[in-house]
Design a protein around this ligand. Structure first.
Ligand code: FE
Length: 335
C-alpha cells in the first residue's frame, strides 16, 4: 500500500503543477473592479491562471517595445481607438474562433480577426430636465444649430470618445460638412472643454449648461454613486439620429498579441469574455450593452428602451480618426 500511496501523492503533485503552469497574461486598460471577478470565474472553470497588468496608458507602446519577447497574450481596451492603435503598431495577430464569430456580431469585430468588441456603449445626448422641456436636439448634427448657442458642455475634443464620434461624422458627411459641424458645436459651447463625461452632467445639474454628450454607461455609474445620483437625475436621455443613421456606438474590446506565448489559453479567455456569463457581468456591473445578443442589458439600461444604432463599421470610422484630430485643432475646439 505504501509505495502506491506515494505514487498517488507524486502524480497528484504533478497534476497540480501542470495546472499551475497553465496561464494567460493580460495587459488591461479596463479597470480591476470590472475585470477581476470575470478572470476569477474563468480560472475556477478552466484551471488557467490569469496574470494581469492594469494601466491607464502606454500598453500599446509597451507591447511595441517588448516585441516578440512580450509576455502578454491579450490586450483589453476600453475603447476602439486603442485596438486600432495596436493593430497599426503590428502587435496583434488574428484569432480564429467560431465561438467568437458566433457570439459577436460582424460589425463589432475586425473582418481580419485582429480585434473583437466585447461591449457597446452609446454616445448619448443628455439634456436638462428643467431647462430643455422642449426643443431638445435629436441628432449630433442638431448640436451645431445656432439655437443651442451657449448651451452645450463636452469634454476635450481630443479625447478618444469625442474623436471617434467626430470621425463617424466625417465618415457619414465628408470632411467639409463635418468641419462645419464641429465648428458649429464649438460655437455653441457654454465653456471651454474640460473634465470627463460625468463632469458634463454635473455641470448641467449646476446650471452651467443644458446639453452634453456622454457615454451611456456613465448614467448607470452616476445612479450607482450616492454623490452623483442628483447629477444623473437632472437630465433626460436622447438617443441621437433615430430618424436617420442611428446612434454612434463605440466598443470596448480585446486583441490577441503577436507575441502571445499562451495563444490557445488566450483564445479560451477571449471566448469566455464573449460568453453569456461574462457578458451578463459587463451588463450588470458596468451598464454596458452586451455584444452577445443572447444577453439582455441591465434593468436600468433596458428601461431606456430600444434604439437604432449606427452600423457603419468602426474599422471604417477609424480611418477618419487622424482627420478628426486635425479638425479639432483647426476649429480650435479645446481653446
Ligand atoms: Fe469611459
Amino acid at each position: 500500500m505504501k509505495p502506491l500511496f506515494i505514487l498517488f501523492m507524486v502524480s497528484t503533485l504533478f497534476a497540480s503543477n501542470t495546472l499551475a503552469a497553465e496561464s494567460v497574461n493580460v495587459y488591461s486598460y479596463r479597470q480591476p473592479f470590472l475585470i477581476e471577478p470575470m478572470f476569477e470565474k474563468f480560472t475556477e472553470s478552466t484551471g488557467i491562471e490569469v496574470n494581469t497588468v492594469f494601466a491607464k496608458k502606454g500598453l500599446v507602446e509597451r507591447l511595441k517595445s517588448e516585441g516578440k519577447n512580450s509576455p502578454a497574450d491579450l490586450l483589453l481596451t476600453s475603447d476602439f481607438s486603442n485596438l486600432r492603435a495596436a493593430v497599426e503598431a503590428q502587435v496583434t495577430q488574428a484569432a480564429q474562433s467560431d465561438v467568437l464569430n458566433q457570439n459577436i456580431p460582424a460589425e463589432f469585430r475586425d473582418p481580419d480577426n485582429q480585434w473583437f468588441g466585447l461591449t457597446n456603449r452609446a454616445r448619448l445626448i443628455v439634456v436638462s430636465k428643467d431647462r430643455m422641456t422642449e426643443g431638445a436636439p435629436s441628432s449630433y448634427e442638431d448640436l451645431a444649430k445656432p439655437e443651442y448657442a451657449g448651451k452645450i458642455c463636452t469634454r476635450s475634443g481630443k479625447h478618444n470618445y469625442m474623436l471617434t464620434l467626430t470621425a463617424s461624422v466625417i465618415a457619414h458627411a465628408g470632411l467639409d460638412k463635418a468641419k462645419g459641424w464641429l465648428s458649429g458645436v464649438k460655437e455653441n459651447l457654454a465653456r471651454k472643454p474640460q473634465g470627463n463625461d460625468r463632469a458634463q452632467v454635473k455641470a448641467i445639474s449646476q446650471g452651467q449648461c443644458d446639453i452634453a454628450v456622454i457615454n451611456s454607461y456613465y448614467m448607470g455609474a452616476m445612479l450607482d454613486d450616492e454623490e452623483q445620483t442628483t447629477w444623473a437625475d437632472s437630465v433626460n436621455i436622447v438617443f441621437p439620429n433615430q430618424a436617420d443613421r442611428g446612434t454612434h456606438m463605440n466598443i470596448s474590446g480585446v486583441a490577441l498579441t503577436s507575441s502571445a506565448p499562451n495563444k490557445s489559453n488566450a483564445i479560451k479567455l477571449m471566448e469566455y469574455l464573449s460568453s453569456a456569463e461574462a457578458q451578463q457581468h459587463y451588463a450588470e456591473v458596468n451598464h454596458e450593452y452586451p455584444v452577445n445578443k443572447s444577453v439582455e442589458p441591465s434593468e436600468l439600461v433596458q428601461s431606456w428602451g430600444e434604439f437604432k444604432y449606427d452600423t457603419k463599421s468602426l474599422a471604417e470610422i477609424a480611418t477618419h480618426r487622424n482627420d478628426a484630430s486635425k479638425m479639432v485643432d483647426q476649429v480650435a475646439y479645446d481653446n
